[in-house]
Design a binder for this molecule. Structure first.
Ligand SMILES: [Cu+2]
Length: 156
C-alpha cells in the first residue's frame, strides 16, 4: 500500500513537471515570435496563380519573415532599387523555404524571379517607415506586376 502511494505521488509530480514545461514552451514561443510573419509561395490562391499568400506584410524592426515553399518553382528576390539604402542584394534558391531578418527600416519590394511578369510580387514594410517610397514608385516593374503595383503602393 505504501509503495502504491509513493508511485502515485511520483506520477503526479511528473505530470506537474510536464505541464509546467509545456506551458513555458508555448508561452516563450508566442512571446518571442509573435511579430514575425510567414508568407507562402503558391501556385494557386483563390483565382490567382503564381502568388505570395500575402502581398503586403508589416513588421517591426528586427522581425523576421519566413517564406514557405509550399508550391515548388518559386523564390524571393529583392528588386533592384526596391530596398532601403544599405541593404544588400538578396535572392533565395528555388523550391527552398527562406527566412530574412529585417534590421533596416523602410519598404522592401520583392518578387519571384521566374514569375515577376506574372505578378508574383510582394512588399514588406519595416518599422512603419515609408521614407523610400519614391524609390519604390520609380522601379520599372514588369508585366502583370506593373498592373498590380499602383493599388499595392496605395495600401502600403
Ligand atoms: Cu514564383
Amino acid at each position: 500500500m505504501q509503495k502504491v502511494k509513493l508511485s502515485m505521488t511520483n506520477i503526479v509530480r511528473k505530470i506537474a513537471i510536464i505541464v509546467t514545461t509545456l506551458f513555458s514552451v508555448i508561452f516563450l514561443n508566442t512571446s518571442s515570435f509573435a511579430d514575425d510573419a510567414t508568407v507562402e509561395m503558391l501556385n494557386k490562391q483563390g483565382k490567382e496563380s503564381m502568388v505570395y499568400s500575402q502581398k503586403i506584410v508589416k513588421i517591426n524592426v528586427g522581425d523576421k519573415v519566413f517564406w514557405k515553399a509550399t508550391s515548388k518553382g518559386h523564390n524571393v528576390e529583392f528588386i533592384k532599387g526596391g530596398v532601403p539604402e544599405g541593404v544588400d542584394k538578396f535572392k533565395s534558391k528555388y523550391n527552398k523555404d527562406v527566412e530574412f531578418k529585417f534590421d533596416v527600416p523602410g519598404i522592401y519590394a520583392y518578387w519571384c524571379t521566374p514569375h515577376k511578369s506574372m505578378g508574383m510580387i510582394g512588399f514588406i514594410i519595416v518599422g512603419d517607415d515609408k521614407s523610400n517610397l519614391d524609390n519604390i514608385k520609380s522601379i520599372r516593374y514588369s508585366g502583370k506586376s506593373k498592373k498590380l503595383v499602383p493599388d499595392l503602393i496605395n495600401s502600403l
